[in-house]
Ligand binder design. Structure first.
Ligand code: 57M
Length: 359
């Protein structure tokens, strides 16, 4: 909005020219989202407590989690509010990519909201059926993939980190691939969100990495020099990533150990789906496997655990899946698991950035 309303006035007030710059607007989006979270957070947490919108703790989980019963949840509502307000203020509202990101974040957020509400109403940790959630997610992700593939500026060509000449064109097969990336990312973040701040930290790292990649992808000269696909209008994705980073840093202010609030499925499904969509829009899908390695590792640990459990007649590879629970069961304190996962996430973010030069 600022770009659309204030920048055109720079002929009258020259300093308004600053709203033209992606970097300035990305920082503005991050700071705005952060402040919205930090200012409204205490009030929102108190309101959730008053309404008894608290986490139901499963009885088969780690013993250390039982004390978390009743911690306010659905903090993702505030994350989405801050992200959306900040994006509407700081992005170019004529950008279809911005509306695509706002749409997918609110749609996946609504799926998670419905799931969280059912858990709270039923007083147990079983919300929407896994199948029901999956169908809704696939539907939403398909709409995003269809829109992009029907856009003149978009194609089904895949790019790979490290291999600049490997650029297969999937054609319409890109649609199921895009759905896999968006739905996979959404559920992987959902599985990761099982310790205080555990998902929030890697989301900040991932969004920060894509903030840089989308900035580069949106600049034809730099994209060509670094041999990554040029994406018309990706600069507005940069500003949106700034809003994600700011909102999640603000949420982490309250979600760090001992958490005063959990994001709920409304937050984890939305953030994962949005990051998956950012990866698709910027044509850096495989980069998500690198920078989002924590999410990949957590999801894989569940797949391996459940698969081995079935084929081995009840044996387990990990003490408990997802992977973070394995370390809890080994006796690591929750904060040690979380900070070490953050450290790995930051290293993976640096490796992802290094692929810009290693081509
Ligand atoms: C998403 N949700 C947390 C909170 C958060 C197939 C199976 C692997 C599914 C998986 C599962 O149920 N996943 C659901 C993870 C839950 O967090 C809520 O959910 C939202 C995110 N979706 O925002 O609202 C619990 O996580 C803890 N938490 C924190 N701090 C936070 O900031 O401490 C969350 C956020 C919260 C709180 O305790 O209640 C979750 O863990 O459910 N199942 C599991 O992850 C279970 N694993 C398991 O069953 N493993 C089996 C098989 C199936 C693989 C095995 O290893 O043999 C574990 N989770 C729980 N109990 N709660 C272990 C059992």
């Amino acid at each position: 909005m600022f770009y659309n309303l204030l920048y055109p006035l720079y002929t009258e007030l020259s300093w308004l020219n600053v709203f033209r710059y992606i970097t300035f607007r990305s920082i503005g989006a991050a700071v705005t989202a952060f402040l919205v979270l930090v200012v409204i957070g205490p009030w929102f947490i108190a309101w959730l407590r008053k309404k008894q919108i608290g986490q139901v703790i499963r009885d088969d989980g780690p013993q250390s989690h039982f004390s978390k019963q009743g911690v306010p949840t659905m903090g993702g509502v505030l994350i989405l509010f801050a992200m959306t307000c900040s994006a509407l203020l700081w992005t170019d509202l004529r950008s279809d990519l911005v509306w695509l990101l706002i749409g997918i974040s609110l749609l996946f957020g609504a799926i998670g909201f419905w799931d969280d509400l059912r858990k709270i109403r039923k007083g147990n940790s079983r919300g929407l059926s896994a199948r029901g959630k999956l169908v809704l997610q696939i539907g939403g992700a398909s709409l995003v993939g269809l829109y992009l593939l029907l856009s003149p500026n978009y194609d089904g060509i895949l790019s790979f980190p490290f291999f600049k000449t490997l650029q297969p064109d999937l054609g319409w097969w890109y649609l199921p691939f895009a759905v896999l990336v968006i739905v996979g990312a959404s559920n992987a973040v959902n599985l990761t969100d099982g310790l205080d701040g555990l998902a929030t930290g890697p989301v900040v790292v991932t969004a920060s990495t894509y903030l840089i990649f989308s900035y580069v992808a949106g600049n034809a000269l730099v994209a060509s020099y670094l041999q990554i696909p040029f994406v018309q209008g990706a600069g507005e994705v940069t500003v949106f990533c700034g809003a994600i980073v700011g909102a999640c840093l603000g949420f982490l202010w309250f979600n760090c150990y001992p958490a005063q609030i959990f994001m709920g499925d409304v937050g984890s499904l939305a953030l994962g789906g949005t990051l998956g969509t950012v990866a698709i829009i910027t044509k850096q899908e495989f980069l998500l496997v690198i920078v989002g390695g924590i999410f990949v590792m957590e999801a894989l640990s569940v797949i391996i655990q459940v698969g081995y459990f079935k084929v081995s007649g009840g044996k387990r590879i990990f003490l408990m899946a997802p992977f973070h629970h394995h370390f809890e069961k080994k006796g690591w304190p929750e904060t040690k698991v979380v900070v070490r996962f953050w450290i790995v996430s930051i290293i993976l973010g640096l490796v992802a950035l290094a692929t810009l030069k290693l081509r």
